[in-house]
Write a protein that binds this ligand. Structure first.
Ligand SMILES: Cc1cc2nc3c(=O)[nH]c(=O)nc-3n(C[C@H](O)[C@H](O)[C@H](O)COP(=O)(O)OP(=O)(O)OC[C@H]3O[C@@H](n4cnc5c(N)ncnc54)[C@H](O)[C@@H]3O)c2cc1C
Length: 361
């Protein structure tokens, strides 16, 4: 970084978070700024490909991508941002990184290992866990739990899969039609879906195969997977100069240009924002495009009134895969299930498309 600064080649742009939104933004600005990406992992991972990688670990070879593969002209700091001031970001490994423009894209907290090789091993060991179990308990009926149940039911139809959800229906972020179609499909694949109960995970003895639930049931399973929503990665901001930019649920409040309200040079993109729309990766990519344009414009000294604006999408499209050849899709005025929506997502899970966007084959 020092070299570029000395040459005065560009303004310093720091991106916090190398997920769907941050990685794309970093890629877009790497040749026209002095770009630094801060991420605790040395890789970008396509989150919606994870469930396929658990039943087919080689899938992760393409969906878990070294940051250095697409960020050939940026600085990669493999650490966690722990503090931010008006002009620098501090990281857990003791660095202070100055910025002219800051973009926060820290999305959700992920307990993933730093090294790509370790992450690939995790998929391998999840796969062995699935293969060596006759009965599998999935805790959580959101997209992660549903997609995992679908992958296992299709690739390992002989396994007994039980899915326990603490709410009254599956996929609560979608409408009841999508939930019903999903339940019907899972039931047709002999997945036992139980609603309105919690699994008491803290009470399980080492090696026990008995899982007690809040409604007094006992589920017998050889192993379990926890598929409950991950917390937002914004706790660290609460003690910083940006604390007043957080709303009650820990999201960053942005204006129409995706800048933090009241800040001239700090932007936020992706799931961490308070934009009133479904939290989707393809929308996070749209945020990246708007902010890339806006930072380019500000760097070139043009009038900030000309900055691009982002209008939250009230009609988001959501597709939840059900194994390799089925899916449930919610379009603005239509909910579909079966083969057609699967054509859009289920085979490749947008991995080719995402890689192309990142400039990779
Ligand atoms: C099962 C499932 C299926 C989905 N399917 C789809 C789909 O088909 N299509 C779609 O568009 N969307 C889909 N989504 C939603 C999509 O995954 C998210 O909207 C998207 O990942 C949001 O991107 P993001 O960059 O904001 O956050 P994230 O992807 O959560 O990335 C955040 C990054 O920030 C890093 N980070 C966190 N804290 C810090 C810190 N303090 N310092 C530095 N780095 C930090 C993290 O390590 C991570 O790399 C799906 C989600 C799930 C769970």
């Amino acid at each position: 970084m020092a070299g570029k600064q000395e040459s005065g080649a560009g303004k310093r742009v720091v991106v916090i978070g190398g997920g769907v939104a941050g990685s794309l933004l970093a890629k877009s600005l790497q040749f026209i700024s002095d770009l630094t990406l801060i991420d605790p992992k040395e890789y970008f991972e396509i989150p919606w490909a994870d469930l396929r990688a658990m039943v087919e670990p080689s899938f992760a070879e393409r969906s878990v991508i070294h940051h250095k593969a697409y960020l050939t002209n940026g600085n990669i700091v493999t650490s966690t941002a722990i503090n931010v001031t008006e002009n620098q970001v501090m990281t857990a490994d003791g660095r202070s990184i100055p910025y002219d423009y800051l973009v926060i894209a820290s999305g959700h907290k992920e307990p993933y290992p730093e090294a790509r090789a370790e992450r690939l091993k995790q998929f391998q060991s999840d796969n062995e866990k699935i293969k060596s179990s006759q009965s599998i308990l999935i805790v959580g009926g959101g997209p992660t739990g549903v997609e995992l149940a679908g992958e296992i039911a299709v690739d390992f139809p002989e396994k007994k899969v039980t899915l326990v959800h603490n709410g009254p229906r599956l996929l609560e972020m979608l409408g009841p039609k999508a939930a019903k179609k999903t339940l019907d499909w899972l039931t047709s694949k002999k997945v036992d879906v139980k609603f309105n109960q919690k699994v008491h995970l803290s009470h399980i003895a080492e090696g026990s195969k008995e899982y007690a639930t809040s409604s007094g049931e006992t589920i017998i399973a050889d192993c379990h997977f926890l598929c409950i929503g991950k917390p937002l990665a914004s706790e660290w901001l609460k003690e910083t100069v940006l604390r007043d930019s957080l709303d009650e649920s820990g999201r960053l409040m942005v204006d129409a240009n995706l800048r933090l309200k009241g800040c001239k040079n700090i932007f936020a993109i992706g799931d961490i924002t308070d934009l009133k729309e479904m939290k989707q990766g393809y929308l996070a990519q749209k945020h990246s495009a708007v902010v890339a344009k806006n930072i380019k414009m500000l760097m070139s000294g043009r009038n900030e009134d000309k900055m691009s604006t982002y209008v939250p999408t009230s009609k988001a499209i959501a597709i939840v895969t059900l194994g390799r050849a089925n899916a449930v899709a919610e379009f603005p005025f239509l909910t579909l299930s079966g083969f057609f929506p699967a054509l859009i997502k289920s085979k490749d899970l947008f991995v080719g498309k995402t890689r192309k966007l990142m400039g990779l084959h």
